[in-house]
Design a protein around this ligand. Structure first.
Ligand code: SF4
Ligand code: SF4
Length: 368
């Protein structure tokens, strides 16, 4: 039997949803309003929409999507830079599949590829190491996006390239860290939040202890959650309990995967090769030390150092992804939603990404 099967059992899901609703009613009676929780992770956003949990709870609990999808927060200038690099002869760009359709200022990587640029989709940064070995006369650049879930893979690729003595491989780092962006959202105070549904996958690497800043500095409760309906509902229930009891605590509700201190091997790999650096977030702007960049000893693998390019400011569009990922608006409020902007013709990254909020609303919550 699938070990996850009990967590998606329909009867148990219904009972769990009913329990959440009863507790939420208690909260509403106490506070005169619905509790507002942010799901930080794009996979949670998609799971909440796809499983119907978001729609089932919408009268009782407001669930806001957060900035946790690495595709959605990739700045337009990153795409523009990659396209401009692909104009160079003898360069092969490699990236993950969901980056291909993310719009830059004018074009996507997919459009550049259809115009003949050598841009290849890989499943892992290690695949691009293989391509570098097979093409010694070319420069291989991997577009390295991702949160703490993916960053250890980028560090592993640098380690591998170093061990194999590759001189034609580099990474265009544009990584994102969870803590700095949550701090920015909380410090900005643009949205009222009662708690966080914390990311399952990222927490496997970081561990529960990495969220202590939320309780100690912001008195904000959080629950680390899995992705199946019963797991999501259990975590929302526990978050509600904390709010009703006015307790600022972090609960690990995904203990089969997440430990107290996280994945030590992944953390030390990141520490060896990478250091904090400023990052541009689409719709948010530059956040100091919100990503990891290569340490000075590994500059030879840093595509930003190896290839100098200047990119103009991104073109303005009516896309409201920036507000969507900050929890300030919902996709339906964007005038392009389900009109000019659809998954077949995305205007912004939130419609492209498999974990994007606009795609989740389009596929699972759209009213015709
Ligand atoms: S990278 Fe991890 S945290 Fe971010 S959206 Fe994907 S699963 Fe969620
Ligand atoms: S519907 Fe499209 S254009 Fe509007 S915010 Fe979402 S991705 Fe951007």
């Amino acid at each position: 039997m699938d070990s996850m099967a009990p967590f998606s059992d329909p009867v148990l899901s219904q009972q769990s949803a009913e329990a959440v609703i009863q507790l939420a009613k208690q909260y509403i009676q106490m506070h005169g309003r619905k509790p507002v929780f942010m799901e930080v992770c794009g996979s949670h956003t998609m799971a909440l929409a796809k499983t119907g949990v978001k729609t089932r709870l919408k009268e009782y609990v407001q669930l806001i999507a957060g900035p946790g999808c690495p595709v959605c927060v990739t700045d337009q200038r990153t795409i523009d830079s990659m396209i401009s690099l692909s104009n160079g002869r003898g360069i092969i760009l490699c990236t993950f599949g969901d980056m291909m359709r993310v719009p830059g200022s004018r074009h996507s990587l997919l459009e550049a590829k259809t115009k003949g640029k050598d841009i290849r989709v890989v499943y892992s940064p290690l695949d691009s190491i293989r391509i570098a070995e097979q093409n010694p006369d070319k420069e291989i650049i991997f577009l390295g996006i991702g949160f703490e879930t993916t960053i250890p893979l980028l560090a592993a690729a640098i380690k591998e390239a170093e061990q194999r003595g590759l001189t034609n491989f580099s990474i265009w780092m544009t990584t994102k860290l969870v803590e700095p962006v949550l701090r920015v959202l909380l410090d900005a105070g643009e949205i009222h939040l009662d708690g966080f549904l914390l990311p399952g996958h990222v927490s496997v690497v970081l561990g529960k202890e990495s969220y202590s800043f939320l309780t100690e500095e912001y008195r904000m409760p959080g629950v680390i959650s899995g992705f199946e309906p019963v797991q999501l509902l259990s975590s929302i229930y526990k978050l509600l309990q904390l709010c009703i009891e006015n307790k600022a605590k972090i609960i690990n509700d995904y203990p089969y995967a997440v430990s107290e201190s996280g994945n030590g091997a992944a953390k030390s790999l990141m520490k060896k090769y990478l250091k904090p650096g400023d990052e541009d977030w689409r719709g948010i702007g530059t956040i100091p030390n919100s990503g990891l960049v290569l340490k000075d000893n590994y500059q030879d693998f840093d595509a930003k150092k190896k290839f100098k390019i200047t990119i103009a400011s991104p073109r303005k569009t009516k896309c409201r992804c920036g507000e969507v990922i900050r929890g300030l608006t919902v996709p339906e409020e964007c005038i392009l939603f389900n009109k000019a902007c659809t998954p077949a013709n995305p205007i912004g990254p939130c419609m492209v990404s498999a974990e994007g909020t606009c795609a989740a609303h389009y596929h699972y919550m759209r009213e015709e």
